[in-house]
Design a protein around this ligand. Structure first.
Ligand code: AMP
Length: 114
């Protein structure tokens, strides 16, 4: 019995993932169901359920996630063109309730997003 989030289990190496980057505040790994040739998730170690639940004191962490997203895209060779997505709430498409930023690259992106 566990109440860890799926992503906490990846952080704990209980579930395998292709890890691209990790430090003391976040982890980046490949999405298991990629929606673009490059699709990574940037996840804080702290299990904040969604962006709307982040506290004002999480500001530096939120900035670190953004900068890590750019770093991961750049290191994958997609520094010039990438898209970030963050689904907040089931109605917005969130399925894993541990805050994460999607980093998508390697194909054209239309606007508005679906
Ligand atoms: P969201 O729908 O915004 O909550 O995004 C959750 C993402 O987690 C989806 O894009 C899934 O494909 C991805 N995902 C689910 N399980 C895994 C896993 N075991 N390893 C990597 N990515 C996963």
């Amino acid at each position: 019995m566990t109440d860890k989030t799926l992503f906490e289990r990846i952080i704990a190496r209980e579930i395998p993932a292709t890890i691209l980057y990790e430090d003391d505040r976040c982890i980046a790994f490949k999405d298991i169901n990629p929606q673009a040739p490059f699709h990574a998730l940037i996840v804080p170690i702290k299990p904040i359920s969604r962006l709307g639940e982040a506290a004002p004191t999480d500001g530096a962490l939120m900035g670190h996630l953004m900068l890590t997203a750019a770093r991961v895209a750049r290191e994958a060779g997609h520094g010039e063109n990438f898209r970030l997505a963050l689904n907040n709430g089931a109605g917005a498409g969130q399925t894993v309730f541990h805050l994460h930023i999607h980093v998508l690259a390697g194909r054209p992106f239309s606007w508005p997003p679906g």
